[in-house]
Ligand binder design. Structure first.
Ligand SMILES: Cc1cc2nc3c(=O)[nH]c(=O)nc-3n(C[C@H](O)[C@H](O)[C@H](O)COP(=O)(O)OP(=O)(O)OC[C@H]3O[C@@H](n4cnc5c(N)ncnc54)[C@H](O)[C@@H]3O)c2cc1C
Ligand code: SF4
Length: 338
């Protein structure tokens, strides 16, 4: 048993102060990831700051037609919200493809953003892992790496970000509002999660003492042409091997805006805006879908056990684009790989 202190923060300011003043402190939201990490002794916090009483359980309309989702709104409440379902169905669909109803009832928006990787070695304290223990090595390189990255990996870490919700947020171009000792600031979603480089222990760009307050989404034209496709080993209760969030705006069968975010393939939800921009004005047909998949995966590299992910991702992108452009989004139930 490792002793730790427990504090219940009543205000965001109080939580920031407590977090900033103790490097051993961590925030507790739904606890669905943190408590597991503590049981496996991957996380050994000296202090737990419970943020569940903070006034961050809201979904508000914004004057520009966008929406603001508080960090403590549960995944179930986001997916069930009528405004989210009608204006951001891609987000609802991605959330419903994740975990189980019980977990989604407890898991929060902030916690989902900050959940840690599912690399087997990260959870096994007996093996080397640069993310868990910087400088110890990476057991997945040359080890069992079926679930690992094909894009953006480094010699230090080849793991992937596990969230479904975040893949949709990447496609929708969300903004993350954070508060820390220096006050409030916005982080563009694409800048929130990191690639591993030589600092794989850092998952994101939060500064010391900062917590997530809310997520903002702009109004968009993706309510009709969108889809979230998740491919995994089992039909439910499994993380993505590959997932694709597609949001499309069409005019006369040509792409006005096409966004493709990939999950299960990199240390962060993967999106390449330069490649997407090449397809503006292009006829949205099978040939374009194939080319887009090819361009998005041009830098993909397997590590032995996960080589299959490259052709799988290519097919998933094409399929997701077909569903999105036809206005028939993928059913929320994810598909099995077999
Ligand atoms: C069996 C199982 C299956 C799952 N399957 C899926 C799946 O298929 N897809 C998927 O996307 N997810 C899946 N999950 C993960 C689940 O979605 C996450 O555990 C959950 O979203 C974390 O939210 P939480 O509120 O419980 O976070 P917590 O466990 O409380 O916290 C997680 C981390 O976030 C930090 N944190 C929490 N809130 C904030 C904040 N506001 N600001 C800064 N830091 C914060 C905590 O300090 C901690 O480090 C699964 C989990 C389990 C256990
Ligand atoms: S892939 Fe990353 S998380 Fe997994 S063992 Fe290597 S360093 Fe650790």
């Amino acid at each position: 048993m490792r002793p730790f202190s427990y504090t219940r923060a009543q205000t965001v300011h109080e939580a920031v102060q407590a977090l900033a003043s103790d490097p051993q402190a961590v925030l507790l939201a739904g606890g669905t990831n943190l408590i597991d990490l503590m049981k496996y002794e991957v996380e050994r916090p000296g202090a737990i700051i419970d943020i569940n009483r903070l006034p961050l359980n809201f979904i508000n309309d914004l004057p520009d037609g966008g929406i603001r989702i508080g960090a403590l709104v549960t995944n179930s409440s986001v997916a069930d919200d009528e405004r989210v379902r009608t204006r951001y169905p891609l987000l609802a669909s991605a959330i419903l493809a994740g975990a189980s109803p019980q977990l989604r009832n407890a898991a929060t928006t902030g916690g989902n953003l900050l959940q840690r990787t599912r690399c087997y070695y990260f959870y096994d304290a007996a093996t080397p892992c640069n993310k868990r223990q910087p400088g110890s090595g990476c057991a997945a390189i040359g080890g069992v790496n079926r679930i690992h990255a094909i894009l953006g990996a480094s010699d230090s870490c080849i793991t992937v970000h596990p969230s479904d919700m975040c893949v949709a947020l990447a496609a929708l171009g969300a903004t993350i509002e954070v508060e820390g000792p220096a006050g409030r600031r916005d982080i563009a979603f694409s800048d929130f999660h990191r690639l591993p480089g030589d600092r794989p222990e850092l998952d994101n760009t939060l500064q010391s003492g900062e917590l997530v307050v809310a997520i903002r989404l702009e109004p968009n034209h993706f309510a009709v042409h969108h889809t979230y496709l998740k491919l995994r080993d089992r039909l439910s209760y499994a993380f993505a091997l590959v997932s694709v969030a597609v949001a499309v705006e069409l005019s006369n069968d040509r792409f006005v805006d096409v966004r493709v975010a990939l999950g299960g393939v990199a240390h962060k939800p993967w999106r390449d805006r330069l490649v997407e921009a090449e397809f503006a004005g292009v006829v949205a047909d099978e040939e374009a879908f194939q080319k887009l998949a090819e361009r998005l995966l041009s830098g993909a590299k397997g590590h032995g056990g996960n080589d299959f992910k490259i052709p799988l991702a290519a097919k998933a992108i094409v399929r997701a684009l077909k569903h999105a452009t036809s206005g028939r989004p993928q059913d929320q139930a994810a598909k099995s790989v077999q």
